[in-house]
Design a protein around this ligand. Structure first.
Ligand code: BTN
Length: 261
C-alpha cells in the first residue's frame, strides 16, 4: 500500500513493521507529534487488543493504524470515542457492503464474524487536555488461510464478505474522513445522535448475551441496548438490569422479546 505523507488532512507516519502502532503513536504524542497524526504499519509484531488479547497483523493485507487525538470533550465522554469510531467504520464499510454491525464495545462484524477492532487508550497530560490514542485493526484482504483455523468461526475478513479485494488506502481515507466528521459533531453537539446511529448497527439487539465480568463472573440475560452514556445494559432472568462497563460479551443464538421493566 502506498500512503502519502498526508491523507484526508492527517499527517501520516508509515512504517513497514513495528511492534504496535498504538505504542509508537503514544511515544510520538509524548514527543509532541501533531494532533491528528496517523501511525500506520504494514505489519505489527505485537498488535494489541482489548483485555490483553493480541491482534494478528500479517503484512500487506490488513489495516493497522493509530490516530493521535486531543478531543475537546469532557473526560467522562472519552469512552464514547470507541463507539463513535465504530459508527465511522460502519459508514466507511457501507461504501462497499450494506450490512456492517457493531458488537459492544469495539467490534465490527460482517456476516456475524469480527473483521475489525478498536483499542482506545487515554494519555493524561500535565498541563493540557488528555490525548487519546485511537487504534484500529481491520482484516481487509486476508486469504482464508491467513487466519488461524481455530478462529474461522468467529473472525472474518472484509474480502470474504465483499467477494474481492478492497483498496486499503481508499478504505483508510474513508474511515479517517468519517471519524473526523463524527468527532467534530460530538464536540459541537454531544453524542446523542451518534449513539442513536450506533444503535442502528447493534448486533446484540434482542439477543441473549453472556457477560464475562472482569472479576470472572458470568451474567446471562437479554440485551437492553446501550444507554445514553454508551454503556450496555443486560437484563437477567430476575429482571435486574446490569450496566456493563467492561468485560467480554458473547452473543447467544436466541432472539428474545424485551420484557417490561
Ligand atoms: C480489539 O478488538 O480488541 C482491538 C484491536 C485493536 C487492534 C489495533 S491494530 C492497530 C492498533 N495497534 C495495536 O496494537 N492495536 C490496535
Amino acid at each position: 500500500m502506498i500512503v502519502d505523507s498526508h491523507l484526508a488532512g492527517h499527517p501520516i507516519r508509515y512504517l513497514q513493521e513495528t511492534d504496535s502502532t498504538n505504542d509508537i503513536a503514544r511515544k510520538a504524542a509524548a514527543a509532541g507529534a501533531d494532533k491528528g497524526t496517523v501511525v500506520i504499519a504494514e505489519r505489527q509484531t505485537k498488535g494489541r487488543g482489548r483485555l490483553g488479547r493480541s491482534w494478528i497483523s500479517p503484512p500487506g493485507i490488513g489495516l493497522y493504524f493509530s490516530v493521535i487525538l486531543s478531543p475537546e470533550l469532557p473526560a467522562a465522554d472519552l469512552a464514547k470515542i470507541t463507539l463513535t469510531t465504530g459508527v465511522a467504520l460502519c459508514r466507511a464499510i457501507r461504501g462497499y457492503l450494506d450490512y456492517p454491525m457493531l458488537k459492544w464495545p469495539n467490534d465490527l462484524l460482517l456476516q456475524g464474524k469480527k473483521v475489525a477492532g478498536i483499542l482506545t487508550e487515554t494519555m493524561p497530560m500535565q498541563n493540557s487536555r488528555p490525548m487519546v490514542i485511537l487504534g484500529i485493526g481491520i482484516n481487509v484482504n486476508h486469504p482464508k488461510h491467513g487466519l488461524p483455523t481455530e478462529l474461522a468461526d468467529t473472525i472474518g475478513t472484509i474480502q470474504a464478505a465483499y467477494g474481492k479485494p478492497l483498496p486499503r488506502g481508499e478504505l483508510l481515507e474513508r474511515i479517517l474522513r468519517q471519524n473526523d466528521e463524527l468527532l467534530d459533531q460530538a464536540e459541537r453537539e454531544g453524542f446523542s445522535n451518534i449513539l442513536e446511529e450506533w444503535r442502528s448497527y447493534d448486533a446484540c439487539r434482542m439477543r441473549y448475551l453472556s457477560w464475562l465480568t472482569t472479576e470472572g463472573r458470568v451474567i446471562r440475560g437479554l440485551s437492553r441496548g446501550i444507554d445514553d452514556e454508551g454503556l450496555l445494559r443486560i437484563q437477567d432472568e430476575e429482571g435486574k438490569v446490569h450496566e456493563v462497563v467492561s468485560g467480554d460479551i458473547t452473543i447467544g443464538t436466541t432472539i428474545g422479546t424485551v420484557p417490561e421493566t
